[in-house]
Ligand binder design. Sequence first.
Ligand code: PGA
Length: 251
Amino acid sequence: MRKKVIAGNWKMNYNLHQSINFIESLKSEILKKERNCDIIICPNYIALSEAYRIIVNTPIKLGAQNIYFEENGAFTGETSADMVKSAGCEYVILGHSERRTIFNESDEIINLKIKQALKHRLKPIFCVGETLDEREKNLTKSVVKYQIENGLKKINYDDILNIIIAYEPVWAIGTGKNATPEQAEEVHYFIRDLIKEKYSSDISDKIIIQYGGSVKPENSRDLLSQENIDGALVGGACLKVDTFIQIIESC
Ligand code: PGA
């Protein structure tokens, strides 16, 4: 049985003080009872070490929203795997569609970042997904296959289970329009099959595949009850404690 993983991608929201207040109230809600899923929050870089101080020794885990693929050096404005690791991160979101489109990140760059994260024992949450145009042209599976093959190039057996895959159809991100549970399940099944082909059936049984794209309390139960959907990567609805908690409860 795969344990569900709910991750909150805060994107570029909340300053340091707002982040601290938010995490304090999330923590007090989380500690009220035992949960049967893993919970990850991914605030901005500025808030990471304070976030870690608040959540240490709780079930909440910490993730960064990005890293650079080089070790260190003259890369003004960038943040390394070692830096986010030293701030307390266990996870890092890589390949998010906003990084792919707004910041022109290619599959090759994403692959370098995944390798760099793994080298520092950070677990990548590796995002893939098609645009609306690609879905309408019936290209969903070939796009996702290309992203998986190239993003996971030269990632070996020992490392693959340290990666979470997040299927995030671009047309569902921040639009309020989620994939139906059936649409999502079809792609999740397809991804699991790709992992089986590339690695093994044991690995494909174990790998966590999250769904992301307009997950909210109204749709999380149906999405999470699909056989191959092992959790959610939540954007907008993770910015309020009550909606994030409701999604966690739907596991
Ligand atoms: P959304 O974002 O839940 O606001 O659609 C999801 C994501 O971008 O990871």
